[in-house]
Design a protein around this ligand. Structure first.
Ligand code: MTE
Ligand code: MO
Length: 519
């Protein structure tokens, strides 16, 4: 082969290597989005970025011409530009070996920026960007190594064969990743469809009059489903349709029960619709033991379902039992004190949240919600098994990892307004936030400005003791920096201690303290 033709042929191979590298990263990152069920994928996010920064005139002109094809066109256009860049970087790799890596970093940074810009992105989205970046860097090396090895323009037959073998291997691996990702996205869609078809006899719940204290910036009393905090160990969220779902209740019981989703709906339906009229609905504030003082791993929703004490009564709990080991479809477990499930609390098998079937990430089709206990000992999502037992027998997920065996919620309070580091006006300033001590209830919230006397806050209404309350107050501030502290007292008379402790093993203590500046 002449040198010219040899160079051309090597350049073609490098361009191919670049394009295949580009595709590999796109596929693995999209497969990751599907597998971890991240809300936003980088390709879509970048396409959205392009859309938002396209001048209106140009956008209108385009939409007039392509109509409903605008979204696929935007996505394929974004992908095409990316692959063209990868082809170029592949060719340039012969003389500038670091250029492709640089390009991949820039593209990944763009992808990361684009997903972080969307405020409903979960960590899964950023993780997907990282998977794509690593794929690019690795695949690029694997594919181009045989092509640039000796710097000679003409490739030996051996090098060419190695290159082709690697192209084949990469293509097969990419196809496999695509199939696995596609499979997860299909099972998710199947469950989404089943969920959309449900018509549950539940209500959205009206926020009680006076629950809001009317200070703008205080977390809204109802936490909407898409803003509700998310905590779980499930890498890929279980996807279970209502018709597949079963709950086994066994262990120290007279009669083992195997409940279907319809068994629960039957209990919830009113008698005039052929049901047992046992729908339970309540406002319950759920919070995480890992919530730092001032943190936001807490949310309040209107939950609908079936009272767990009724179901346990049907099963007939045997004497001597003191715990229930709950197991999720994904294998996660927790141990819950039996008395919290059989006593007067509205502990429930929840099917709906704020009037809608549970979102998949919040445990669809059925989860447990127990007022007054941290989520790690009570709020099992994708619940499939309840074993009535004793605490000696229970060895649950977080307890094995050093967290407490029992997790009653500790009284806590938080300042939402002003925010840490905020700038406010001088003179009279409204302040406010939330306080909670689920199942005990909040008796009083006090705040202290710049080390002065404790002032009693005004409290919003709450339907019962199982939810948070909003608090509000007014302070008078001069120009300068200020410190604001809050503390709550629950209805048992316990006032939050100022002693700061870590979240592990049984939840953080301490007063939320913020600094702000008035001018
Ligand atoms: N299956 C399963 N359920 C789980 C968990 C989990 O990791 N897996 N985490 C628990 C913890 S620690 C908390 S705080 C709550 C959070 O519920 P949310 O994600 O709906 O807010 O779920 C609980 N239920
Ligand atoms: Mo948690």
């Amino acid at each position: 082969m002449g040198d010219d033709r040899a160079v051309k042929s090597t350049r073609r191979s490098l361009a191919l290597a670049g394009i295949l590298t580009g595709i590999a990263g796109l596929v693995t990152s999209q497969a990751t989005v599907w597998i971890v069920q991240a809300r936003n994928g980088p390709v879509e996010a970048v396409a959205a970025l392009v859309r938002d920064y396209t001048p209106d005139d140009l956008a209108h002109w385009l939409i007039e011409r392509v109509g409903h094809a605008d979204k696929p066109l935007l996505l394929s256009g974004t992908a095409a530009i990316l692959l063209a860049l990868c082809a170029w970087a592949g060719v340039e790799a012969r003389t500038r070996p670091l250029l492709p890596d640089l390009l991949y970093f820039v593209l990944a940074a763009l992808g990361l920026g684009a997903v972080l810009r969307l405020d409903d992105s979960t960590v899964g989205s950023s993780f997907a960007v990282m998977v794509g970046l690593v794929t690019w860097i690795v695949v690029h090396r694997v594919l181009t190594a045989p092509l640039v090895a000796d710097g000679e323009p003409s490739l030996s037959d051996e090098a060419r064969r190695t290159f082709l073998r690697r192209v084949g291997g990469t293509a097969a691996a990419v196809a496999a990743a695509g199939v696995v990702g596609g499979f997860s996205s299909r099972s998710r869609r199947r469950v989404e469809q089943a969920r959309d078809l449900l018509r549950l006899p539940v209500h959205r719940g009206a926020v009680p009059a006076g629950a809001g204290v009317g200070v703008s910036g205080v977390a809204s009393w109802r936490t909407s489903n898409d803003r509700f905090y998310l905590i779980d160990t499930a890498f890929s969220k279980p996807t279970i349709t209502p018709s597949e779902w079963r709950l086994r209740i066994h262990g120290m019981v007279e009669r083992e029960l195997n409940l279907t989703y319809n068994d629960l709906v039957d209990r919830m339906l009113p008698p005039d619709r052929g049901g047992r009229g046992k729908l339970l609905e309540d406002w319950i504030t759920l919070c995480c033991v890992s919530n730092e003082v001032g943190g936001d791993l807490i949310g309040n929703a209107f939950w609908s379902g079936v009272k767990i004490s009724d179901v346990l009564a049907e099963a007939g709990v045997k004497p001597g039992a003191n715990a229930v080991l709950q197991t999720s479809d994904d294998g996660w477990t927790c141990g819950t004190p039996l008395e919290a499930l059989t006593g007067d609390r509205n502990a429930m098998l929840a099917l709906a949240m704020n009037g809608k079937p549970l979102p998949i990430e919040h445990g669809f089709p059925v989860r447990m919600v127990v007022p007054g206990l941290y989520g790690f000992v009570s709020a099992t999502k994708w619940l499939v098994d309840l074993e009535v037992t004793t605490f000696d027998e229970v060895d649950a997920y977080w307890t094995q990892r050093g967290w407490a065996e029992k997790g009653p919620v500790l009284a806590q309070s938080r300042i939402d307004v002003p925010r840490e580091g905020a700038k406010t006006a001088t003179g009279r300033v409204s302040i406010g936030g939330s306080a909670w001590a689920q199942h005990l209830g909040i008796r009083e919230v006090e705040y202290q400005l710049d080390g002065g006397a404790w002032q009693r806050a005004r409290l919003g209404a709450a339907p019962d003791t199982d939810t948070w309350v909003q608090w509000a107050g007014d302070i008078d501030v001069d120009e300068g920096r200020h410190t604001l502290v809050v503390r709550a007292t629950d209805k048992s008379g316990y006032t939050q201690t100022s002693v700061r402790t870590d979240v592990i093993p049984s939840g953080a203590t301490g007063w939320h303290t913020i600094e702000f500046e008035s001018r």
